[in-house]
Design a protein around this ligand. Structure first.
Ligand code: PBG
Length: 313
């Protein structure tokens, strides 16, 4: 009876696995603050993509960890840069079984760690960054990314990337807009994962955690600019924003269960303070219930397996 009347079902196809790929390593490197998650090498990446596809996961979101960084994030637009090479490798391994997606942001590639380029006063230069995002979009699409994850929170980024894709005739490449992305402490472990060099914070371009209406406003602007999917991030502490965006949006709404959300459950479970599987299932189910059509989660493959074996009820 509970199964029959359940309002929220989990399905592997509604899960997306974020994957880190590090340049210059021959073995996967564990991430201290994210037990169970690794920085993949180019050699270990195909198996990770294949495992996700076998589990029925809907997509993978790729993040690159370059060896060298500079002020303008040159590695991001170099066809031989780690993210673009990894995209080609992942696209081949996927062979159309899942959607290969890429993080379109400069923070992994800049030596100052910001999501954009800086002006002469050291402030993030919104419009100069849009030019870099346009170039990134073309390289990522050419490398085989099917869905560009615009996570930099620059104003006008969706319109700029849409225009760049259209002008190049790349009408088959879709845009996932991280629309309501809050300036959050829960990204902490991710910054270890990509070895971020950020000093300061991102409060001048990410949203203030207290602002609910503003999250919806950002999503509506991105829809207007042509986003194919809009996202709320983090997920667990922003379920009200997610519910609001979900009722306002006429395109799919996704949520990102971020690194800190992952680390908290893993840490509590490692201490025996929480039932790991139940907490994972409940956390993702809650995000789906609040209105997410799909969820980016580091547990995507494991959860997909539990769904298949009936252990995610
Ligand atoms: C930016 C980006 C971040 C995350 C995804 N894309 C970091 C940030 O904005 O500081 C965080 C994801 C996570 O914490 O799991 N490229």
């Amino acid at each position: 009876m509970r199964r029959l009347v359940s309002e929220t079902r989990l399905h592997p196809a509604d899960l997306v696995l974020p994957i880190f790929v590090r340049e210059g390593v021959s073995e996967p490197v564990p991430i201290g603050s994210m037990p169970g998650v690794v920085q993949h090498s180019l050699a270990s990446l195909p198996q990770a993509v294949s495992d996700a596809a076998d589990a029925g996961v809907g997509g993978v979101m790729l993040f690159g960890v370059p060896e060298v960084r500079d002020a303008r994030g040159s590695g991001a637009t170099d066809p031989e840069g780690i993210l673009n090479v990894a995209t080609r490798v992942a696209a081949e391994a996927s062979a159309g079984r899942l959607v290969v997606q890429t993080d379109l942001c400069l923070d992994e590639f800049t030596d100052h760690g910001h999501c954009g380029v800086l002006d002469h006063l050291g402030r993030v230069d919104n419009d100069a960054t849009l030019e870099r995002y346009r170039e990134m979009a073309l390289v990522q699409a050419a490398s085989g990314s099917e869905l560009l994850g615009l996570s930099g929170m620059m104003d006008g980024q969706v319109a700029a990337v849409r225009d760049a894709l259209d002008a190049a005739g790349l009408t088959g490449t879709a845009i996932l807009a991280y629309s309501a992305k809050y300036a959050s402490a829960f990204y902490g472990p991710f910054r270890d994962a990509v070895e971020s060099t950020l000093e300061g914070d991102r409060r001048s371009y990410q949203l203030d955690p207290g602002n609910r209406r503003e999250g919806v406003r950002e999503a509506l602007i991105d829809l207007e600019e042509g986003a194919d999917v809009v996202m709320v991030k983090p997920a667990g502490s922003y379920l009200d924003v997610l519910a609001d965006v979900s009722s306002a949006s006429d395109v799919p709404v996704w949520a990102y269960q971020v690194s800190g959300e992952y680390a908290m459950i893993e840490a509590a479970a490692a201490h025996g303070w929480i039932d790991r599987r139940r907490a994972i299932v409940e956390s993702v189910r809650g995000i789906r219930r609040a209105g997410a059509d799909a969820v980016l989660t580091y547990w995507a493959v494991e959860l997909a397996e539990w769904i298949r074996t009936g252990d995610a009820a």
